[in-house]
Write a protein that binds this ligand. Sequence first.
Ligand code: CDP
Length: 226
Amino acid sequence: MTPPPSIIAIDGPAASGKSTIGKRLADSLGYLFFDTGVMYRAVTWLALQQRINIHDEGAVTRLTEETHIEVAPASQSDGRACDVHIEGRDITWEVRAPQVEAQVSVVSAYAGVRSALSQQQRRIGQRGKVVMVGRDIGTVVLPEADLKIYLDASAEERSRRRYEEILARGGEADYEEILAKVRERDRIDSTRAVAPLRPAEDAILIHSDGMRAEDVFQQVLILCNG
Ligand code: CDP
């Protein structure tokens, strides 16, 4: 039997299920799960915290270069897929705040921010036995990945999932508002000049409208054992 691919890249738009599928896959293979989105969220959180103007590219880039963001396997079973720390502080849930989500695509469009973060991601990914998820893993961060998956779904389906996820965590949400924000994030992520969201040429596309998470996972497993 051939061994499963060592470097697995999963890309796709907001709320396409990358993290859920990626984490399950990593656990089942005994691999590291690495969610690159949390790094962009962490920088955005810190900039907001320090009252740095999000539109000041130079200041946000300097902040990224000066800050050590630590992404580690989950230390608690409170629903987190991994831990996110900045300067010793656990900000795993803070990076999910709506204020962060509203600004993260502005920050992640900056070339200097991307270059600093993707260098760190690449170093971790090259060690192998990793499932790395994001927007540009198969195209820019790890173009040599052994298996590239591009997970997609309609904006409506993705917003519905995000809406249900928030309700399940006991929060309040407005579906139409989520849909508008998802569309705006998609627009910025896919039209930016540096590393825009798009499938790598050799990626396998999975469109998951109408599919249960379990069906998507089974399909991904078949690709890994292929
Ligand atoms: O979980 P969700 O799909 O909503 O977002 P995420 O994966 O946590 O990513 C948050 C944001 O970070 C995205 O909207 C992108 O703007 C940015 N991002 C990126 O530019 N490149 C990556 N490799 C990962 C995330």
